[in-house]
Every structure is written in C-alpha cells, then in structure tokens.
Ligand binder design. Structure first.
Ligand SMILES: [Zn+2]
Length: 80
C-alpha cells in the first residue's frame, strides 16, 4: 500500500478533505422563506410584587428570591 510506504505525497493525498458544494444557488425567495422562522421573541418579563424588579415569569427573583406567594428562596448564602 502506498500510504504504508511513508512517502510524503501519498500521506498528503489522504488528508484531502471532501467539501460538499451546493448544486445550485438558493434563490432570494427560498432563502427568505427559510429565514422567516429565525426571529426571536422577547422574554416575557413581569414585575416582582415585593421589590418591583423585572424578572422572567415562573422564575425566582434575582434580587429578593421571591418565587410566588408561598415560596421564597434564601439568597443570603449565595454571595461568599
Ligand atoms: Zn423581587
């Protein structure tokens, strides 16, 4: 086998990467239709009833630790 012989040419040939190339250019319409689903929606922010800080809904407040009226996280031990 040529690769086992150790000559530099055959070793170099084995390292050639095969690059896939599109057969035809995508039209503007196809490109825009594909990208029409790429838009991001803004995060749903609600106001914390305790400290009036904006937070994501259904998550704990990062300032006071309030989750809902029944559950409150202790954030005092978080900073060390
Ligand atoms: Zn809060």
């Amino acid at each position: 086998m040529a690769a086992a012989s150790g000559d530099g040419l055959s070793v170099r040939l084995l390292r050639v990467r095969v690059v896939m190339v599109p057969v035809q250019k995508k039209s503007k319409c196809a490109k825009r239709k594909r990208r029409s689903h790429h838009s991001l929606t803004p995060a749903n922010l609600v106001t914390c009833p305790k400290c009036v800080n904006l937070r994501r809904s259904h998550t704990a407040c990062s300032v006071c630790g309030l989750v809902n009226h029944r559950l409150m996280l202790d954030l005092s031990g978080e900073k060390s």
